[in-house]
Ligand binder design. Structure first.
Ligand code: PGA
Length: 259
């Protein structure tokens, strides 16, 4: 099963994951990061900023999970723009080495395959950061997504458009389609970090970690992955049946094991 780490705050989660990323980049300067957008990963990027000062990040590579289809890449809420503003610029990464799926309509019929090839050519993703939607989605793999799915176009469910309306002027402006790494793509990353904060994520987290493995809750795909670390605050952990065991196991974890 995944390792569950319950932390006091989102900031503490950010520090924990940032430490792992720094270790990875120090050991492997051309590491391949799987980047996520949304509110959840922000504490990781914030914690990385001081920690990466003085670390050579010129060869770090990255792949975002998803992008809206048909959005102008220069739109402030395109995931290309968000990744540039929140990750590439503050961390001093090389924009040429950081990729997002191409949501342009003209090339959308082969954009998924192109992205899969780019990930494969990079040697796969070393460490993937994941949030989880209230629907249980990871990336934009909405309920019903195949566990074998690869990067492709998906239709967003209404709940996701409502959840993301805060980034736009109105829900009507949230694109209806997205291009997202598939669950099969995500499951090939070598180490998954799934983060969630707040009461609103508690049901999705409990379903993903302790519920049945089902495409109805795409986050439950993590149960099939050999190396997943779930980092949650108390509120997001509040519906976990075995929270006490996870705390006990983490507190007594042999130091040599690492995350
Ligand atoms: P959030 O989104 O981090 O903005 O809550 C998570 C997700 O939809 O995967």
């Amino acid at each position: 099963m995944a390792e569950i780490v319950i932390v006091p705050s989102a900031a503490a989660a950010g520090e924990l994951v940032a430490e792992e990323i720094v270790k990875l980049i120090t050991a492997r300067p051309d590491a391949v990061l799987g980047l996520a957008t949304g509110s959840t990963p922000l504490p990781v990027y914030e914690a990385l900023r001081p920690r990466l000062a003085g670390v050579d990040v010129s060869r770090v590579r990255g792949f975002a999970l998803d992008e809206y289809v048909g959005i102008d890449p220069h739109h402030p809420e395109s995931y290309r723009s968000v990744i540039t503003k929140e990750v590439v610029e503050p961390l001093g990464l090389d924009p040429e080495r950081i990729h997002t799926p191409n949501g342009a309509l003209e090339t959308i019929s082969h954009a998924g395959e192109d992205y899969e090839r780019a990930i494969a050519d990079a040697g796969g993703i070393d460490l993937q950061i994941l949030g989880i939607g209230t629907s249980g989605h990871i990336g934009f793999n909405e309920p019903g997504s195949s566990f074998a799915s690869r990067t492709r176009v998906k239709t967003l469910i209404e709940q996701t458009r409502q959840d993301n309306a805060r980034f736009f002027d109105s829900v009507d402006e949230v694109p209806m389609h997205c291009i997202t790494q598939g669950l099969g793509t995500i499951l090939e990353a070598r180490h998954l970090f799934l983060l969630a904060f707040g009461e609103g994520k508690a049901a999705a987290v409990a379903g993903a970690v302790e519920g049945p493995v089902t495409s109805s809750l795409p986050g439950s795909a993590i149960q099939l992955h050999p190396h997943t670390t779930v980092v949650v605050d108390e509120a997001a952990a509040s519906q976990l049946a075995h929270a006490d065991y996870y705390r006990y196991a983490f507190a007594n974890k042999p130091a040599w094991q690492g995350l």
